[in-house]
Design a protein around this ligand. Structure first.
Ligand code: FAD
Length: 410
């Protein structure tokens, strides 16, 4: 059988593309793992996901989800600021449940899902052949949603392996509260620039589990963190227990480290008969390390471009160029800005101290910061606000220094 589309990878990117295409095209999803499968992840999804994908509201009632209404941001100096809302700020899910939920929905709508490992691709003028360990599949188009180590990205020539400078390592454990307890279960905690290092620590409360994670830029990890990842993670959990944030003990069997692409979207996301979505193409907010939302948005936009290509009966890079235009319009600027913010803050973590200190005293800035972190405030408006804010501050500083020198306002 010839497929219209083969989607490689059934995570949030692949499942979303499959949900959109099912019923309108013959879709095959291939994943090397049988679902439900786990994926190392904090599982924090900003609440704006429901505005972008309203159908998720009823789907999410089928799995355990914790709603977070308070976020506490800690600076390397130890000071912190917190914001709270009556409505949800984040949803906390286990990927074991969430990913299976999405893929089941794609299947219900008519996508075919098979457990096979893709090893290579061959693109010809009239079709693309997807080779798996088990067999071959022929399709008009392949959508690569196979994560950070994407085979599709490399086999299509769209991207080589990620350079080390574009990666972070994130080490996490997701442990039941009965073994590692966290009392403030409506609050997520983030320690940005933890210990003055280029990385972060997070505590994400799930329905029945606490997710504790520590992430570093890969270059920093390789150069300055010798030994096995679990040693560093366990030392962190012990510190959090000593400080009273957590109770109980770390559980090695719940620990998994994994990599995240945090260098921005790869410049090429389409070729003849090939599209790339999610982590495979680097759709991750480099500042917050949030990737689920962007994986789903990119999967959705790839499906839209696919349907347009099918209607035109053309699968060339030129026709599929609609996909990069769509994602650049919807999420391109905010993802680009996130890389700049991350580099700026992690290069000199005293900047985080400054921001947290000012946000603690200035409710306006705190609200804007909260809105930006949760994706509710567009990055443009945040940038405008910061610029306006820094100009106002500078004027104020000038006025104050003028007063100090001459005794009267300048
Ligand atoms: C530790 C950690 C914590 C994170 N925390 C958060 C968070 O709190 N919130 C958030 O939004 N994001 C978080 N992220 C990022 C988020 O996990 C990813 O951005 C997201 O999973 C990307 O989705 P995806 O569908 O592109 O890829 P994935 O979810 O990685 O799915 C890829 C799928 O492809 C399959 N696959 C791979 N290779 C092949 C092959 N050769 N053949 C067939 N199938 C294949 C895999 O089995 C997998 O199912 C975190 C990442 C890490 C590592």
């Amino acid at each position: 059988m010839r497929w219209d589309v083969v989607i490689v990878g059934g995570g949030p990117a692949g499942a979303t593309a499959a949900m959109r295409l099912a019923g309108k095209a013959r879709v095959l999803v291939l994943d090397k793992e049988a679902f439900p499968r786990d994926k190392p992840c904090g599982g924090g999804i900003s609440a704006r996901i429901l505005r972008r994908f309203p159908e998720l509201a009823s789907l999410l009632t089928k799995i355990p989800v914790r709603t977070v209404t308070k976020v506490r941001l800690h600076a390397p100096s130890g000071s912190c600021c917190a914001f709270q809302r009556p409505e949800p700020i984040y949803f906390m899910v286990r990927r074991l449940d969430f990913d299976a939920l999405l893929l089941r929905e794609a299947e219900r709508r008519g996508a075919v899902v098979q457990t096979e490992t893709v090893t290579s691709l061959r693109v010809c003028s009239d079709a693309v052949t997807v080779q798996t360990r088990e067999q071959e599949h022929i399709a008009s188009l392949v959508i690569g949603c196979d994560g950070v180590n994407s085979v599709v990205a490399r086999a299509s020539g769209l991207r080589p392996r990620w350079p080390e400078s574009c990666l972070a390592i994130d080490m996490m454990e997701e442990t039941p509260y009965s073994r590692l307890d966290f009392r403030e279960r409506d609050t997520m905690e983030v320690f940005y620039g933890y210990n003055g290092e280029p990385g972060y620590v997070y505590l994400f409360p799930k329905a029945d589990h606490i997710n504790v994670g520590i992430g570093w830029k890969m270059q920093h990890f390789r150069r300055h963190k010798p030994g096995p990842p679990y040693r560093h993670h366990r030392a962190l959990v012990e510190l959090l227990i000593a400080s009273g944030k957590l109770q109980g003990g770390s559980d090695r069997s719940c620990f998994r480290p994994f990599v995240i692409p945090v260098g921005g979207v790869w410049p090429r996301t389409c070729a003849d008969r090939v599209l790339l979505c999610g982590d495979a193409a680097g759709f991750v907010n480099a500042f917050t390390a949030e990737g689920i939302y962007y994986a789903m948005v990119s999967g959705d936009l790839a499906a839209q471009a696919t349907l347009e290509a099918a209607q035109a009966g053309a699968w060339s890079r030129r026709q599929l160029g609609r996909y990069p235009r769509l994602w650049k319009c919807e999420v391109g600027p905010e993802l680009e800005f996130s890389v700049k913010v991350q580099r700026l803050l992690l290069k000199d973590t005293s900047r985080i101290d400054c921001i947290v200190e000012v946000a603690r005293r200035n409710p306006d800035l705190l609200q804007k910061l909260a809105g930006y972190v949760t994706g509710e405030v567009a990055h443009r408006s945040f940038r405008r606000f910061l610029f306006g804010y820094s100009v106002r501050r500078r004027l104020q500083d000038l006025l104050e220094s003028g007063r100090g020198e001459s005794g009267q306002a300048v």
